[in-house]
Design a protein around this ligand. Structure first.
Ligand SMILES: [Zn+2]
Length: 284
């Protein structure tokens, strides 16, 4: 198994030490990131348990973990807001979000697609969670982070019986910065235009898409690099790899496409920090 470069007390101390005048990102593995700006923290899609490995043990869908867990989720009780892109367990995990919510004195604000709120209420019923349902185009501001829902295609832009997106990505705006977390998405027609209009500084994109003709629900490394280039992002960070053996990808494909497009990228190790300092003061 791949060991995280920082874990538990060391990782928490690094997150708590802040990110200077810019912002910091820490990759938690799979699609999970902690974002720190000033004294605020946001976490997206944390998967900090073995719930999928347990759920599928002994089946033909074995979820064999590739990277060790970097954090006990109770250690993240201090975050100001949690965000979930959709209801799949590696993005909305009770064994992560319940202990995180119980490790604090106030309920945990959780931003998620409105279409998944009822599922989340059941799944997280043992926790203390305050739900903020979102759809494509919905905005909410919590703790100084303004989030806007962006439709995601996993594999298609799927809507519930009320027409609300089941899968979302998010634009996250704070201070002068704009970050995009894709959730799980393939390329879809509306995506480049929506992102280009937002002028994201940094985009966090999945890279474990279609292999051998099999649709895997996400952008592959080449598509992720091209999307980042098309939307004018200043930096691209890959995610959704090195968690489960059956749906990982080699980031080298993404990296070489970024190089050939002249696009800045940063591949993180689990538990590693990236700080915005090298990007300057943000887009005006
Ligand atoms: Zn996923």
């Amino acid at each position: 198994m791949i060991p995280p470069v920082q874990r538990d007390a060391e990782l928490l101390a690094d997150i708590r030490s802040g990110a200077g005048s810019g912002f910091g990102l820490w990759w938690l593995g799979q699609s999970g990131f902690v974002l720190r700006w000033q004294d605020r923290c946001l976490v997206v899609d944390p998967y900090l348990s073995d719930s999928l490995t347990r759920k599928y043990a002994g089946t033909d869908l074995e979820h064999v973990r590739m990277t060790e867990r970097c954090l006990d989720p109770a250690g993240l009780g201090f975050v100001d807001v949690a965000v979930s892109s959709h209801a799949h367990t590696d993005h909305l995990d009770a064994d992560t979000l319940v202990p995180m919510s119980l490790a604090r004195s106030m309920p945990l604000p959780l931003v998620l697609p409105e279409a998944t709120v009822s599922v989340a209420r059941q799944r997280l019923s043992a926790g203390a969670v305050q739900y903020h349902g979102m759809d494509a185009g919905t905005r909410v501001e919590i703790a100084g982070f303004e989030l806007t829902g962006i439709p995601a295609a996993h594999n298609t832009v799927e809507r519930d019986e009320n027409g609300r997106c089941r899968f979302l990505g998010y634009l996250i705006r704070f201070g002068p910065w704009t970050l995009y977390h894709s959730g799980d998405t393939c390329w879809h027609e509306a995506l480049p235009g929506l992102l280009r209009a937002a002028q994201p500084d940094v985009v966090l994109l999945p890279i474990n898409g279609a292999k051998n003709g099999r649709v895997a629900g996400n952008l592959d490394g080449r598509e992720a690099a091209r999307l980042a280039k098309e939307c004018g992002a200043r930096l691209a960070i890959p995610h959704h790899f090195n968690m489960f053996e059956f749906n990982t990808a080699d980031p080298a494909v993404f990296e070489s496409e970024c190089r050939s497009l002249g696009l800045r990228f940063q591949t993180l190790n689990c538990g590693e920090r990236w700080t915005s300092g090298s990007l300057g003061a943000g887009n005006p």
